[in-house]
Design a protein around this ligand. Structure first.
Ligand SMILES: Cc1ncc(COP(=O)(O)O)c(C=O)c1O
Length: 477
């Protein structure tokens, strides 16, 4: 059994139960995992249908050019369909989108023009305006305009909706999705409500977009439009394809919550998905929490997960990007020296000489209340280490060896680190099972032993003292 082209593999994506995120859920939560589409996103569904619709209307002839403004995913869907049908593609996108998305479009043979994000939609430089102008200038071209093109909604009415109804055997009770053009939520929900009008539809909007306020207050508030980082969802316009009448509720989610949920879905569920998936799931869990009393184990909440994490390797799945935008909790930045000063106890090193007798060393450890020691020779060279457990085990097996020198059983030396070493590296040394490190205070300063428990108590102290949380990164410019 084979497909005539890659187009045959679009749709029929799996539904996967969410098991680990949101413990104590009052209902079943399922993710509709759209990265299984060949172009890696839900938008493959509309690429084909918009092109075939344009052909049927005579808007494009063989060999023509497809033009579209796209955050990347629609472009991939269109490019795949255009390859199968022999069309050229020109896409406009914004400088906010991940480089990975632009690379995918170019990899699929499309020409891509990157336009500024922070201009008004009717500004001639906006990606909407540039797409429209190109379609006027290039003969035998069509601007598909996914925002207002009804075949976008129709694709979801004909595929996503029926799939969900069949996959849940009619048991779906809630459908949760983000909205960009509105095609997914409007088309899928229209089909679902026709099967059962009690199915509740919950839209999820990124803070900074207009949908949430428009839904709740009927106001298109230009003053509340501001830049946000979650890609593909939310708008600064009201697209024709966004059918507010079919939606029962709208929640909004901050970038930080969306990004963190994206990473949790990957880590805790094995779903390596994109930013708007994290946003939709964060919104779904928020809504479920707020309606806990009305939900039961028979309720089946489906959350649409639009695309793949591979589109966001340089962003959400990059620690530096996450930290720079305030989306990761910042680790408190302390040095080895500061950890020692927080410890507030004897910082001079208590050491053993390689010739010390084991019995004497164990006594010294007991007296000083320590469980490990560096072994330092007469030339002040760190030559080894001993731990209480190591000596005791040895003495139990060889009780006569109390007088034997430490050098016979000592282990490798603890790593020596500079006093200025930062926490991140310090913890890496201690994670490698070193047990302790020796902090070098320079030529006249000697060494101090720093253990895991010193680090833990220092972190507890720092955490209380100087709230180390990252600031919220939503108001980016
Ligand atoms: C990543 C991503 N998620 C969600 C959406 C929203 O889907 P729709 O345009 O059908 O509302 C888009 C649309 O571009 C998207 O790219």
């Amino acid at each position: 059994m084979w497909h005539d082209s890659v187009l045959g593999t679009i749709g029929n994506t799996p539904l996967v139960r969410i098991n680990n995120i949101g413990t104590d859920l009052p209902c079943t939560v399922l993710g509709k995992v759209e990265f299984f589409n060949p172009g890696g996103s839900v938008k493959d569904r509309i690429g084909l249908s918009m092109i075939e619709d344009a052909e049927a209307k005579g808007d494009i002839e063989p060999g023509g050019t497809i033009i579209e403004g796209t955050s990347g995913n629609t472009g991939a869907g269109l490019a795949i369909a255009a390859i199968a049908k022999g069309y050229r593609c020109i896409f406009t996108t914004t400088d906010k989108q991940s480089q990975e998305k632009v690379d995918v479009l170019r990899g699929l043979g499309a020409e891509v023009l990157v336009c500024p994000t922070n201009v008004e939609p009717d500004d001639p430089r906006s990606y909407y305006s540039v797409a429209r102008r190109l379609s006027e200038e290039i003969p035998n071209s069509v601007y598909l305009n996914q925002y207002d093109n009804p075949s976008n909604v129709q694709a979801h009415y004909e595929t996503t909706g029926p799939e969900l109804w069949e996959q849940t055997e009619g048991h779906i009770t809630h459908f949760v999705a983000g909205a960009g053009t509105g095609g997914t939520i409007s088309g899928t929900s229209r089909y679902l409500k026709e099967q059962n009008e009690d199915i509740e539809i919950i839209g999820v909007d990124p803070c900074g977009s207009v949908f949430h306020k428009y839904f709740h207050e009927g106001v298109f508030d230009e003053d509340e439009i501001y830049p946000y980082f979650t890609e593909g969802v939310g708008e600064d316009i009201l697209p024709d394809n966004m059918d507010f009448d079919i939606v029962d509720d709208f929640v909004e989610v901050e970038d930080k919550a969306a990004m963190q949920m994206t990473r949790r879905l990957a880590r805790e569920e094995g779903l390596f998905i994109g930013q708007s998936c994290g946003m939709a799931m964060a919104g779904a869990l928020q809504w479920i929490e707020d309606h806990r009393d009305t939900l039961s184990p028979d309720d089946v909440v489906v959350v649409l997960l639009p695309d793949s994490g591979f589109r966001y390797l340089s962003k959400t799945y990059n620690d530096d990007w996450m930290r720079n935008h305030g989306f990761l909790e910042k680790k408190p930045d302390v040095t080895a020296d500061e950890v020692l000063s927080i410890r507030q106890k004897q910082t001079d090193v208590i050491d053993a000489s390689p010739d010390d007798a084991l019995g004497d060393v164990i006594e010294k450890m007991t007296d000083e209340g320590i469980s490990q020691m560096p072994v330092i020779d007469d030339d002040h060279e760190v030559v080894g280490s001993v731990t209480e457990t190591r000596i005791l085990n040895h003495l139990i097996e060889n009780p006569e060896s109390r007088k034997a020198p430490v050098r016979n059983i000592m282990g490798t030396p603890f790593p020596v680190v500079p006093a200025s070493l930062h926490l991140e590296h310090l913890s890496a040394y201690l994670e490698e099972d070193a047990g302790a490190v020796l902090v070098d205070h320079g030529p006249d300063g000697g060494y101090s032993v720093l253990t895991k428990s010193d680090l833990i108590s220092a972190l507890a102290n720092v955490g209380q003292g100087n709230g180390a949380n990252a600031s919220n990164g939503t108001n980016a410019s």
